[in-house]
Design a protein around this ligand. Structure first.
Ligand code: DC
Length: 231
């Protein structure tokens, strides 16, 4: 039977979706899917194949996405730290806005939600958490729980800057802030599946809460709405 324990988490870059998803997956024994990493994986693969990213060839991009998705190689690319490089950052929004690529990724994400893969230790997953921009609105509109995680652009820029510096890349706070604001705008205003809070999503602002408070808040809601037996 298709899995019904699906949690949709949406919100802008750097708001803390990944941290919350990981914590909830570990706690409840759910499988997590970071859908941004899928668009990043496709972008990285195109860059590695020396595709001209300023003039994306639609047919090439669609065929590659289909192949990466059918073979699940997309998950290997998604594990490559280079998906977070500044070069991938520069081009990922142009890849993510292509409707045909989003359609292939939609099937992939729905299938992940309905049949989440086993956990790393081999246990079957008790549910799925899918995080992105359009999960509560387009991918899983019937998910029983939806969160929209946000934080001020300044808070998110400081977090991203730290990530870059930890990776050994140089960047300035002003540049990172400008790029976050530009990416928010691109995500919010694009024609296909723009980033949007679903009407029934619960808003969490992580500039106001620390990681533990955010986790505890989400946990209270999940415990109320889903019946999950922890072992
Ligand atoms: O969350 P992230 O920064 O890793 O996302 C990378 C890019 O992919 C970003 O431009 C937004 C886009 N994205 C999207 O369009 N839809 C999603 N479900 C997830 C990410």
């Amino acid at each position: 039977m298709a899995n019904k324990n699906i949690i949709a988490i949406d919100g802008p870059a750097g708001a803390g979706k990944g941290t919350l998803t990981k914590r909830l997956c570990d706690y409840y024994g759910f499988a997590g899917l970071d859908t941004g990493s899928l668009y990043r994986a496709i972008t990285l693969c195109m860059i590695e194949k020396k595709h001209d990213m300023d003039n994306i060839n639609l047919e090439f991009a669609i065929n590659l996405t289909r192949e990466l998705s059918d073979t699940h190689k997309i998950l290997d690319y998604a594990r490559n730290p280079q998906i977070r490089s500044q070069l991938t950052n520069k081009y990922v929004a142009s890849v993510a806005k292509i409707p045909e690529i989003r359609a292939i990724m939609r099937e992939y994400q729905i299938s992940f939600g309905e049949n989440p893969p086993a956990l790393e230790d081999g246990r079957p997953a008790k549910g799925a958490i899918i995080e992105g921009r359009d999960i509560g609105t387009v991918i899983c509109p019937n998910a029983p729980i939806k969160f929209f995680i946000t934080a001020s652009p300044e808070t998110r820029a400081s977090r991203r800057l730290k990530q870059y510096l930890d990776q050994g890349e140089s960047a300035s706070y002003q540049e990172v802030l400008a790029s976050i604001i530009a990416r928010d705008e691109a995500d919010r205003t694009r024609a296909t599946s723009p980033m949007k809070q679903a009407d029934d999503a619960i808003l969490i602002d992580t500039s106001l809460n620390n990681k533990e408070e955010t986790f505890q808040f989400a946990k209270r809601i999940i415990d109320e709405k889903l019946k999950i037996t922890l072992v």
